[in-house]
Design a protein around this ligand. Structure first.
Ligand SMILES: NC(=O)c1ccc[n+]([C@@H]2O[C@H](COP(=O)([O-])OP(=O)(O)OC[C@H]3O[C@@H](n4cnc5c(N)ncnc54)[C@H](OP(=O)(O)O)[C@@H]3O)[C@@H](O)[C@H]2O)c1
Length: 252
């Protein structure tokens, strides 16, 4: 009997959870616990870190997990690195369900930066009106460039106000559309968008809106990850499950 551990926190993980539930495949969805009200799911969930790669390897053994699916966000590099290490240590097969990165098209005005610090450094200069389309965990770094007006959009209201002297906070968990993002950027007279290259269709709305408005985008490129098997469609995970024997069946 398979027993899947699905590392989540993304739309793709939720889509796969629904697919596994429909097919009656036993699976548990794991959340880091970053959002206050995670979406209801049709399979059991667990919440919180495992305690590094070693903790995850112990969990895989103790819970007799047969297959590990990493459907975390492309910027969750620590969790994805731990998944590779723990899968190798415990002999549990691993597959990543991820999204292709966005690529610029005609009309885009992107400046690439390697990470959050690179984005903060690139904001050196005179005051601008910036849509900071990043999760709340990364906002504090931008206090090093306090001259800008920042528009922030969070999934949950933060417990403490963001440490940016001049900001406007919107609490909204989407779904976002190009029309809504266009209206938001126009209403707040945004002249620069800062975002991560998350990929996917939902979060792409801001890029489509920025293109239509001719706005520059500071694009934070993806972190490097260790090599692993990857697919981009939840259905492809089902194929993989059907063709990948569990560790015990392979005699590991
Ligand atoms: N980074 C983003 O931009 C972003 C955007 C949208 C959603 N998310 C989601 O938010 C969560 C945290 O992202 P992050 O960037 O903070 O990750 P991260 O930096 O790679 O992970 C930090 C630690 O959080 C714990 N963790 C992360 N994902 C987990 C999961 N699915 N289940 C259990 N523990 C998890 C692990 O703790 P232990 O070492 O103790 O196991 C991990 O070492 C992930 O589920 C990710 O998919 C992230």
């Amino acid at each position: 009997m398979p027993n899947i551990l699905l590392l989540g926190g993304t739309t793709e993980a939720s889509a796969l959870a629904h697919l596994l539930a429909q097919r009656g495949v036993p699976a548990t969805l794991s959340y880091a616990g970053r959002t206050d009200h995670p979406r209801a799911q049709p399979i059991p969930i667990r919440v919180g870190g495992f305690g590094g790669a070693e903790g995850l390897a112990t969990y895989l053994r103790e819970q007799q997990v047969t297959h590990l699916v990493d459907a975390t966000h492309p910027f969750a590099a620590t969790m994805s690195g731990n998944a590779v290490t723990a899968a190798a240590a415990s002999g549990v097969p691993l597959l990543a369900l991820t999204r292709p990165a966005w690529a610029p098209v005609a009309g885009d005005r992107w400046q690439h930066v390697p990470d959050i610090d690179g984005a903060v450094a690139a904001l050196n200069g005179s005051a601008r009106r910036v849509l900071l389309a990043l999760g709340r965990l990364h906002i504090a770094a931008f206090a090093r460039q306090p001259q800008h007006h920042y528009v922030l959009r969070f999934v949950d209201a933060p417990a403490v106000p963001p440490p940016l002297p001049d900001h406007h906070l919107i609490v909204d968990r989407g779904p976002f559309t190009p029309e809504r993002d266009h209206a938001l950027m126009a209403a707040h007279r945004i002249d620069l968008v800062v975002c991560k290259n998350a990929g996917g269709s939902g979060a792409e709305a801001k890029l489509i809106a920025a293109r239509a408005l001719g706005l520059p985008v500071l694009m934070i490129d993806r972190p490097a990850l260790p090599p692993r098997a990857e697919v981009t469609k939840p259905e492809a995970v089902l194929d993989w499950l059907a063709h990948t024997p569990s560790a015990t069946k392979r005699g590991v």
